[in-house]
Design a protein. Structure first.
Length: 395
């Protein structure tokens, strides 16, 4: 059977979510800016979706901006806050392990005179709150640190970081919670965040739909001009069906979260024990403070891409890390930041479980993944020992 162990890349659309979206793809197709009945029904669903998403973040409906996904949510929040605050300062502090939706966005801002300070992380991929505190100066306008890493699953001490930032007047805190939202409870007040990005397709919702939480009173410059939609923060006709889908998926994931996390942790630990029994393998990311269903490791003397291709032939979908960098010849910037040399980082493997992952699938994966990893290691070691294929005893 085909086994999908790449839920960190995307998740299957949940049936209940599709059912909730269908009316707004069919009969209730109206433009929410239209004044007639079709438009009013769409507007009511859209307004309700704002409230439903906000409720799961301990926020208000007016603080939610719907976007085309997590990448746009991060772009809107970071660029919007940076440009709005440039009169006060130009320094932005972030971590070395952010998703490219954050890292590349900040790299773009650097071209326009913003100073980007990239903090190091420890062997587990965690930021030191003391180092972050020390990096904040009177020119700092924004700090961006993700809640949970998409490659290794490490959870950052966001509440402590938020507490440190609040001691610095006028510094905004932006959090990429795209990977964390399905599995961690998020309370924006408790975490002390001002901007927070989520994405529907990571929690069994539709692709092409995300949201930015924007604390009331936080000023940003819109990055997409057009109409007055989303309280003038994002022009363009709203994706009503997508917003309803995101709200429904977020509610369902929140309802199931405790039980799902407990079950995924158990399944992941079973798979982890089996794979790490292979010689030359090592767990990456924090051993305890990590997402419940994400198993990341390096298999020395292997090429991660070759391993995932072999697993695919065996019916198992896995990845080397972020889906956004699949096919790249560069090693993971996350593993590099964590101190792994290139030759080890090339052996990265990510197996990510989701709500629909079954015990039977993990039983099958336990029988396949260690065998494939071990065989790839043996083959690589043999080639390294005899690269010309001459065989033992040849003069």
């Amino acid at each position: 059977m085909a086994i999908y162990l790449d839920h960190a890349a995307t998740t299957p659309l949940r049936r209940e979510v599709l059912d909730a979206m269908l009316p707004y793809l069919t009969a209730d197709f109206g433009n929410p800016s239209s004044g007639h009945g079709f438009g009013r029904r769409a507007r009511a669903a859209l307004d309700e979706a704002h409230e439903r998403v906000a409720a799961r973040l301990n926020a208000e409906g007016r603080e939610i901006v719907f976007t085309s996904g997590g990448t746009e949510a991060n772009n809107l929040g970071l660029k919007g806050a940076a440009w709005a605050g440039k009169a006060r300062g130009h320094r932005i502090v972030t971590s070395a392990v952010e998703h490219h939706a954050v890292g590349h966005t900040l790299g773009h801002l650097e071209k326009f005179g913003f100073e980007i300070v990239e903090l190091p992380v420890d062997r587990y991929g965690r930021v030191d709150p003391d180092e972050l505190d020390a990096a904040i100066t009177d020119k700092t306008i924004l700090v961006a640190v993700m809640l949970a890493n998409n490659e290794v699953g490490t959870i950052q001490p966001i509440a402590e970081i938020g507490r440190r930032i609040r001691a610095h007047r006028g510094v905004l805190f932006a959090v990429d919670a795209v990977q964390a939202a399905p599995y961690l409870e998020i309370d924006v007040d408790a975490l002390g965040v001002d901007l927070l990005a989520i994405s529907a397709h990571k929690l069994e919702g539709p692709k092409g739909m995300g949201a930015l939480y924007l604390r009331h009173g936080t000023h940003i410059l819109a990055q997409q001009q057009g109409g007055s939609q989303e309280r003038h923060r994002r022009g363009g006709t709203e994706n009503v069906a997508g917003a309803v889908g995101l709200a429904t998926a977020f509610e369902l994931s929140a309802t199931d979260r405790t039980e799902t996390a407990k079950r995924l942790r158990r399944l992941r630990e079973r798979l982890q024990k089996a794979v790490l029994a292979v010689e030359g393998t090592e767990l990456t990311g924090h051993p305890k403070e990590r997402l419940p269903g994400l198993l990341s490791l390096i298999a020395r003397d292997t090429d991660g891409n070759a391993v995932t291709m072999s697993l695919d032939l065996e019916g198992i979908a896995a990845s080397v890390g972020s889906a956004c960098t699949t096919g790249s010849t560069e090693v993971s910037h996350v593993l590099s930041a964590m101190g792994y040399p290139d030759e080890e980082a090339r052996g990265a493997l990510r197996l990510s479980l989701g709500r629909t992952t079954t015990d039977a699938e993990i039983d099958e994966a336990i029988a396949i993944v260690p065998r494939v990893v071990a065989s790839m290691r043996i083959g690589s070691v043999a080639v390294a020992a005899d690269p010309l294929g001459q065989g033992a005893g040849v003069a």
